[in-house]
Ligand binder design. Structure first.
Ligand SMILES: Cc1cc2nc3c(=O)[nH]c(=O)nc-3n(C[C@H](O)[C@H](O)[C@H](O)COP(=O)(O)OP(=O)(O)OC[C@H]3O[C@@H](n4cnc5c(N)ncnc54)[C@H](O)[C@@H]3O)c2cc1C
Length: 293
């Protein structure tokens, strides 16, 4: 398949990029699975103009808009990338796509603890985003898990919402001042590794290696995050040390024809930012392609 722009990712950033690029009359294909978007299966309550809504509902409306504008959704993943324009992409269904420009909108994969109960209670008290879900824990008990600055900041944040905040950190790498800030804000620190999350139908406690059991309503796993940056490297874009992709105000990566938007470009990991950058990246890529013709 030969197209103008391949958007890699069908989360809010990729879908918005597809809408804006297609409306500028570029031929656009979108790779990725909407059901793998971080937004899928979540309740979004802080996005402009919408009340609390299911992420998958917002996403499917966006996809309908992008299709109406002419974008084609492939439903397959990119497994290899090469070339310097046209770029050549190998897809997991065995097909090959050639594109004059590419928009990387692959999001991030939130790192997992890999302990019993983590998967079972995801969405039932287990969360990977304190800033997204803190509001649901007003007056309740919360446990933040992690060793890095991400966890320290989240623990401090949770103390403003939860009646009781615990921070489980067994190999603390957060800076001293962030640790102090979390502790001074009232977070109770535990220096032992989590081994299980337990409950009946919903999260009720977390068990640590030293035998401590902390009774809680929610567990926030904040282990930092890695973006899917391998494709970027195939395209000649060097990711940052945290695997995010640096872009300028036009969502340009510095490599001709390659743009990026959404969570993959770094924090804040929020729908509003993903959509805003998607708009910019879509228009920038369409302008780039028009300049080639
Ligand atoms: C539990 C939870 C609750 C949240 N709550 C909120 C909230 O209340 N408010 C808010 O603003 N934000 C919230 N967020 C964050 C929000 O969902 C993300 O910021 C947003 O989805 C990022 O959009 P994105 O398009 O950059 O990435 P994603 O939505 O993650 O989409 C990434 C896309 O890339 C695709 N992809 C990845 N690799 C490949 C590949 N190799 N080939 C093809 N496709 C690929 C995936 O299939 C997916 O379609 C929440 C997140 C979580 C996890």
């Amino acid at each position: 398949m030969d197209i103008d722009i391949l958007v890699i990712g069908s989360g809010p950033a990729g879908v918005q990029a597809a809408i804006h690029a297609s409306r500028k009359k570029a031929a656009v294909a979108v790779a990725g699975k909407p059901s793998s978007s971080a937004m899928y299966g979540t309740g979004i309550e802080n996005y402009f103009g919408t009340g609390p809504r299911r992420g998958e509902d917002i996403l499917s409306e966006g996809i309908r808009q992008a299709e109406a504008a002419g974008a084609v959704f492939l439903g397959s993943n990119v497994i290899s990338a090469s070339g310097t324009g046209p770029f050549v992409f190998g897809m997991d269904d065995g097909s090959e796509i050639r594109a004059l420009s590419v928009i990387i909108a692959t999001g991030i994969s939130r790192r997992k603890l890999g302990i019993p109960g983590e998967k079972e209670f995801f969405g039932k008290g287990v969360s990977y985003c304190a800033v997204c879900d803190c509001n649901f824990y007003k007056g309740k008990r919360a446990v933040v898990v992690g060793n890095d600055s991400e966890a320290a900041v989240s623990a401090a944040l949770m103390t403003s919402y939860a009646a009781e905040t615990h921070w489980v950190t067994w190999n603390t790498e957060a800076s001293d001042h962030l640790v102090r800030r979390a502790r001074d804000a009232g977070a109770v620190m535990h220096g032992s590794k989590p081994v299980a999350i337990e409950g009946a139908g919903k999260t009720e406690s977390i068990v640590l290696e030293d035998g401590t059991r902390i009774i809680t309503d929610g567990v926030f796993i904040e282990l930092g995050a890695r973006s899917s940056a391998d494709i970027a490297m195939d395209l000649g874009v060097m990711p940052q040390t945290d695997d995010s992709i640096k872009v300028d105000g036009n969502c340009f990566t510095g490599v001709a024809g390659v743009f990026a938007c959404g969570d993959v470009t770094g924090k804040p990991w929020q729908v509003a930012k993903a959509v805003g950058q998607g708009c910019t990246a879509g228009m920038s890529a369409a302008d780039y392609v028009r300049g080639l013709k």
